[in-house]
Design a protein. Structure first.
Length: 309
DNA sequence: AACACGGGGTT
DNA sequence: AACCCAGTGTT
């Protein structure tokens, strides 16, 4: 890499840190007194979920279960029920498993090593680095969807980020990571915040961007991407929607319901559901209920199905 | 590499 | 109605 390019990248990091220090949003998990557990909970809730939806749920969880031991002592059914409609309810099960593992294997304290964090359920490449950096000031490379987009644009001049690839992403972000842990944290959080606030997927606000003058995508006059974004499956009529409806039934019935009655309790979906057209609504509902049991989101005893204890 | 996995906000 | 969102685990 040329000396000039090296200098450009250093300047990008410096300006993002300055911008973030002055313009970051106030979130409770960014307060200095926030515990590592609070940060871990915020990161798990934030997976594929907008901050505006996370904040109230985070307050509720921290009030109910201020430490890992508190959550580990609660029935997983209660964590699932409180998770409510935040989405991907397996995260609730996994968060409860995290709490249990932290109590049993780490003396009730969230571990600070990235590898130890990575070993916890639902903690992957992103969350392990985020908790290590934000809660413990470790110099770990954080890469989320915002950062992949910011780097694709500012560094590489591409409109759309490459597909996530933990090894390559880690290596790329590591090259930019400041050696000072406090600055590494500010760069990690700042690049993420810049992508969320100033440089979103649609309509980037280059006029207020601190690195507009250094941005390669802007220098090339915003070429459209050559790659195509991954299409998303329809939600209406999908298995995901039906699973969600079964979970809603289970949350509403603490004592559980007759397994065979599930199809009647779940609102029948639109007839044009597209997939699985050759099996009945009742069959499909019962099959998905079995999946939920396998995923730890429900248990079945005798003829009844309910949230797990 | 491609999917499945929720549900709601945004355009 | 399509796209997007502080991802993870499986195939």
């Amino acid at each position: 890499m040329s000396l000039r390019e090296r200098s450009r990248r250093t300047e990008i990091v410096d300006r993002v840190i300055d911008w973030f220090s002055a313009n970051q949003r106030d979130f409770p998990w960014r307060e200095p007194e926030c515990s590592p557990w609070g940060i871990l909970v915020s990161e798990v809730m934030s997976q594929q979920t907008q901050m505006s939806r996370v904040e109230p749920k985070w307050h509720e969880f921290m009030s109910l279960w201020p430490t890992p031991a508190d959550m580990a002592a609660a029935p997983v059914a209660e964590v699932i029920r409180r998770w409510d409609r935040l989405g991907y309810p397996r995260r609730a099960v996994n968060l409860h498993r995290c709490a249990t593992a932290i109590v049993e294997n780490h003396g009730g304290e969230v571990p600070s090593d990235r590898d130890a964090l990575l070993a916890l359920p639902a903690i992957g490449a992103y969350t392990s680095a985020a908790v290590a950096s934000f809660a413990f000031l470790r110099c770990e490379p954080v890469v989320d969807t915002n950062i992949r987009r910011v780097l694709a644009r500012a560094i590489h001049g591409e409109a759309i980020a490459w597909d996530a690839n933990p090894r390559r992403d880690d290596a790329e972000m590591s090259e930019l990571l400041p050696e000072d842990p406090q600055r590494a944290k500010l760069w990690n959080a700042g690049a993420m915040e810049l992508g969320a606030i100033v440089c979103p997927s649609k309509k980037p606000q280059c006029e207020v961007c601190p690195i507009a003058q250094l941005c390669e995508w802007r220098a090339r006059n915003y070429p459209a991407s050559t790659r195509k974004a991954r299409g998303q499956a329809k939600f209406a009529g999908s298995d995901r929607q039906l699973r969600g409806r079964v979970m809603a039934i289970l949350r509403r019935h603490p004592e559980g319901v007759l397994f065979d009655s599930l199809p009647d309790l779940v609102e029948p979906l639109a007839a044009d559901s597209g997939t699985s057209v050759d099996i009945s609504h009742a069959e499909r509902t019962l099959l998905l209920a079995e999946d939920l049991i396998r995923d730890g989101l429900a248990t079945r005893a005798a003829e009844r199905i309910r949230l797990p204890h």
